[in-house]
Design a protein around this ligand. Structure first.
Ligand code: TXA
Ligand code: MG
Length: 326
């Protein structure tokens, strides 16, 4: 098992960067969720990421960079990319753009696609690690394929401990839900995954986003229905819990009768709720209850991303893991 280092400990970032540069795997905190990082230019390191997550190889990874200057070396940068990056980077927004012909990123990281998702994460630790590493870092969320994303170092250790060389611990993630993924390759920008930057804020800058249906799955594999699932069955129901069910509540008024309850935000704040979502699902999953019932959250701002994740967690589970879960 790899070591755990507090991100502010002397030498921790340098050690993590050294591990990445020599082909190892480092789980690191971003403002959204913990990522399982590998040198994106190293095919073997990237392959270890897929292996650790048990993730099908044709599901593409997001490549993390300190900022727009570094992204421009990887993808065909556009005016829209520039204005979105100026407004939201560093932050929870990933941009899908065509790879440059001389893009040094492993083809495996991009799952063989002609495009690449790039993102500059916020939060001092991620930025310092990327700068110190000096290479683009491919990093999916640091959870086994199809499971709930980790928002604390303990989640990573519980689920992937054996497979990671080092976990940089910087406490809970501030945003707590993955980045919004926007595809800038088509005629109109398209929303591939709602996430930490509310859709409305992106639309205010680049106009209405196209929303590819789930039939576009090969282009946006992250949209597969039963994604982000806890081990327990989950249903969304304002009516409240049945016997033995755990309740994932939201707002000041929750239905009574839950065996165990976690409230995402007693004040009804979707930003606070997003930050607590995955940690609450992890906890309820281990509560010994028979299932989880989640109260619906109003679909505005981050509420939309929260409901997207809850619907995926509630979707019928495939009997066999299909390709494309991450
Ligand atoms: O917040 C986040 O985005 C976190 C942190 C670690 O940065 N990362 C994350 O990565 O959520 P992952 O691998 O769990 O999800 C990546 C999403 C998937 O839905 C994937 O299909 C999509 O991004 N994606 C990546 N590259 C793509 C591409 N070239 N075209 C279309 N979708 C892409
Ligand atoms: Mg993921």
């Amino acid at each position: 098992m790899g070591a755990v280092r507090g991100a502010s400990e002397a030498g921790a970032i340098a050690q993590a960067a050294g591990i990445l540069r020599s082909g190892g795997l480092v789980a690191f905190p971003t403002e959204t969720v913990y990522g399982l990082g590998a040198d994106a230019t190293d095919d073997r390191a990237v392959a270890r990421v897929f292996e650790a997550k048990n993730r099908p190889e044709f599901n593409p990874l997001i490549v993390h960079v300190p900022g727009a200057d570094e992204a421009r070396l990887l993808v065909e940068w556009t005016g829209e990319a520039q204005s979105l990056a100026e407004r939201f980077w560093p932050g929870p927004l990933s941009l899908v753009l065509p790879r440059l012909p001389d893009c040094p990123v492993s083809r495996l990281a991009g799952a063989g696609l002609p495009t690449l998702a790039v993102r500059a994460p916020r939060g001092g630790t991620a930025t310092r690690l990327l700068e110190e590493t000096g290479r683009p870092v491919a990093a999916p969320s640091a959870n086994p394929a199809g499971a709930v994303s980790p928002t604390r170092a303990e989640h990573v250790l519980d689920a992937l401990g054996e497979a990671v060389d080092l976990v940089l611990d910087d406490g809970p993630c501030a945003v707590g839900i993955e980045s919004t993924v926007v595809d800038l390759c088509g005629e109109r920008p398209a929303l591939l995954r709602p996430g930490g930057v509310p859709t409305e804020e992106i639309e205010a800058l680049v106009g209405p986003l196209a929303i590819p249906g789930d039939t576009d799955a090969p282009r946006s594999p992250g949209r597969l229905a039963s994604h982000y699932a806890p081990a327990l069955p989950l249903r969304i129901d304002a009516g409240g819990p049945g016997p033995g069910e755990a309740l994932l509540s939201f707002g000041p008024v929750a239905p009574p009768g839950a065996a165990v309850e976690r409230n995402l935000s007693p004040s009804g704040d979707p930003v606070e709720a997003a930050a607590h979502l995955f940690a609450a699902l992890h906890e309820l999953d281990r509560s010994g209850c028979s299932g989880i019932v989640a109260m619906p959250v109003p679909e505005a701002g981050l509420g939309r991303a929260i409901m997207d994740r809850l619907r995926r967690a509630a979707a019928p589970r495939p009997l066999v893991d299909p390709p494309g879960r991450n």
